[in-house]
Design a protein around this ligand. Structure first.
Ligand SMILES: [Zn+2]
Length: 341
């Protein structure tokens, strides 16, 4: 059988799945640990008795909370529930998109990342940037305020910027650039132009006119397909990495999960990211942070005791299997790290 998926995208494809899997782990770890539930200690017996379980169902519970002055619970509950629902939905879309790309169905692959990157991710960013503002809009029923297309460019950039400020590496990328990758109709390096081509057979907008006979990618020739793949894997890991940072930022604010302390996973995420960055897209903040993390590991060969060089080959081994190979005596060894958490 002819292999459809080009080998040169294999690594970045796997890395994108790796980032997706981190997001899935957050959901899997968070639910049993009741991280997305709200805990309440009653002030006194009177309050405890007032919590009639008959009232505590669905909409009625919602209204009862508001009528009885439990706005704080309402807020916390809606923030957590929106977070988990938005993130689960995000993961479904990304998973199916990556699978479609693997099969060469690029029109579908592009269409499936549109909603999660333009809508779901903005809600996650907003929940990290200003959870109260977000849930107040949600609770007051101002649904229109949450319609992403109605939120101005300035407001979106402010949300992204505040989310970055609340995440682990606030300056690894600019909020404007993240905005352009997802929403700008003008730039060639973003997704918006391609999304419009993928969705509409022929658009009337001057900016979105499709190439001759290149309707909805269906008739795309091999070169066009190649350039669609290139663009997909150039941008998607950036936005997935950003999503992971935003999500971990939010989680660290609301509680604790084992994944937050998984140093090896964190190191693999950073090293994998430096491997997918090319010359034009290198981020000094991430490279520096990845190097700092590597210092935590014992990089000496257990046999000849020489320091092992971190060339690209070894960085890939490190990312994939936590293994390194000594260039002097060719011993392959499992990494130990010095850190004591
Ligand atoms: Zn050695």
């Amino acid at each position: 059988m002819k292999r459809i998926f080009p080998k040169k995208y294999q690594f970045v494809h796997e890395y994108s799945f790796f980032l997706h899997d981190i997001l899935v782990s957050i959901i899997k770890e968070g639910e049993p640990s009741k991280l997305f539930e709200v805990k309440r200690t009653f002030k006194d017996d009177a309050e405890a008795n007032n919590w009639n379980s008959q009232k505590l169902k669905g909409k009625e519970f919602w209204f009862w909370l508001r009528e009885n002055g439990y706005e704080d619970i309402l807020r916390e509950y809606s923030q957590k529930q929106v977070f988990i629902a938005t993130l689960s939905d995000f993961c479904h879309y990304i998973y199916t998109s990556l699978k479609s790309s693997e099969k060469g169905k690029l029109s579908v692959a592009y269409e499936l990342i549109r909603k999660p990157l333009k809508e779901n991710l903005l809600f996650l960013e907003w929940l990290l940037a200003d959870p109260e503002e977000f849930s107040d809009n949600f609770n007051e029923g101002k649904v229109l305020d949450l319609a992403v297309s109605k939120i101005s460019k300035e407001k979106k950039i402010k949300i992204i910027s505040d989310a970055l400020k609340n995440s682990k590496y606030p300056s690894w990328i600019s909020a404007e650039f993240i905005y352009e990758l997802r929403y700008s109709k003008k730039v060639d390096f973003g997704f918006e132009k391609l999304w419009n081509r993928a969705t509409h057979l022929i658009t009337n907008f001057e900016d979105f006119k499709t190439e001759n006979e290149n309707l909805n990618f269906v008739f795309s020739d091999d070169d066009a397909k190649e350039s669609l793949w290139t663009q997909y894997y150039k941008i998607l890991p950036f936005l997935l990495f950003h999503t992971v940072q935003v999500t971990l930022g939010y989680i660290s604010k609301i509680g604790e999960l084992p994944i937050l302390d998984d140093f090896l996973l964190e190191a693999r995420k950073m090293i994998g990211f430096t491997l997918v960055l090319n010359k034009d897209s290198k981020s000094d903040v991430i490279l520096k942070a990845a190097k700092e993390m590597l210092k935590e590991f014992d990089l000496h060969c257990p046999l000849c005791k020489q320091k092992v060089k971190l060339n690209k080959y070894n960085l890939i081994n490190f990312y994939k299997d936590s293994l390194l190979e000594c260039r002097i005596c060719h011993t392959v060894f499992q990494l130990n790290y010095n850190r004591t958490v």
